[in-house]
Design a protein around this ligand. Structure first.
Ligand SMILES: Cc1ncc(COP(=O)(O)O)c(C=O)c1O
Length: 218
C-alpha cells in the first residue's frame, strides 16, 4: 500500500462527506510563492487553489499571523486597535464612497453578507448568478448553486441565471440548452422579487473531474 493509498483510506473514514478533485488526487505537502510541491519534491504551478492570494508561505503574511496568534485572538465586537488600523489601511486603497469595512472569515460568509446588504439596500430579494457558478456553502448560497440546475433540482422563482463569460467556449453549456432560464419568470417580476444582488463566478465548476491538473512544471 503506497502512502497515498493509505491516506485515501484514512480519509474515507473521517472525511467521506467531502469530495476530492482529480482522478488521481493531488497531494501537495508545501507551497512557496506561486509553487506547490508534492511529497516527492515535484513542483507545480498553482493556478487554481483559491486561498493564498499573495502566494504560499509569504514571509510577511507568516510573520503577521505568528505575531497576532502570539498576542490575542479576538473579534470586531471589542475595541482593538489593529482591527481599526487594518480597516483604515483597506479603506485608503478604495475609491471614494467605499469607506466602511465588514470582516468575514470565508468567501461563503462574505457572499452571504453581501446578499443581506443588497436586500436591505434595495428592498428586493431576487438574485442573478452565472450558470454553474459556485458561491459558497451557506444554506442560501447552496440554494443558488449552479450544480442544482444540472441535477434538475427545483429552483426558486426569484433566481435567474445568465451565461458566464466562459460559457461561449462550450456549446453544451446550460446557456445553449436552456435559454428560458436567462429570462425572469412572471413570479420573479413581482415586487419584492426583483433582483437585488448579481453574483458572478467567472470560472466554471466541475472542470476538475477527470482532469490531471494542476500544471506540472518540473
Ligand atoms: C467562486 C467562489 N465563491 C465562493 C467560495 C466560498 O468560499 P469559502 O470556501 O471560503 O467559503 C468559493 C470557494 O471555493 C469560490 O470558489
Amino acid at each position: 500500500m503506497t502512502a497515498d493509498t493509505e491516506l485515501l483510506e484514512r480519509r474515507k473514514h473521517v472525511l467521506r462527506g467531502l469530495r476530492l478533485y482529480y482522478d488521481a488526487p493531488f497531494h501537495p505537502v508545501r507551497g512557496e510563492g506561486v509553487w506547490v510541491f508534492d511529497e516527492n519534491g515535484r513542483r507545480f504551478l498553482d493556478a487554481y487553489n483559491n486561498v493564498p492570494h499573495v502566494g504560499h508561505s509569504h514571509p510577511h503574511v507568516v510573520a503577521a499571523l505568528c505575531r497576532q496568534a502570539g498576542m490575542l485572538n479576538t473579534n470586531t465586537r471589542y475595541l482593538f486597535e489593529p482591527i481599526v488600523e487594518y480597516a483604515e489601511r483597506l479603506v485608503a486603497t478604495m475609491p471614494a464612497g467605499l469607506d466602511a469595512v465588514m470582516f468575514a472569515c470565508t468567501g461563503s460568509e462574505a457572499n452571504d453578507l453581501a446578499w443581506r446588504m443588497a436586500r436591505n439596500f434595495t428592498g428586493r430579494s431576487g438574485v442573478i448568478t452565472t450558470h454553474n457558478g459556485y458561491h459558497g456553502n451557506t444554506t442560501f448560497l447552496d440554494s443558488i448553486d449552479g450544480s442544482s440546475i444540472k441535477a434538475n433540482r427545483p429552483t426558486p422563482d426569484w433566481w435567474v441565471t445568465v451565461p458566464a463569460p466562459a460559457d461561449g467556449l462550450e456549446p453544451s453549456s446550460h446557456a445553449a440548452t436552456s435559454p428560458r432560464r436567462t429570462r425572469p419568470s412572471a413570479g420573479a417580476r413581482r415586487p419584492g422579487r426583483r433582483r437585488a444582488p448579481w453574483t458572478i463566478d467567472t470560472g466554471r465548476r466541475g472542470r476538475h473531474r477527470g482532469a490531471r491538473c494542476p500544471v506540472r512544471c518540473r
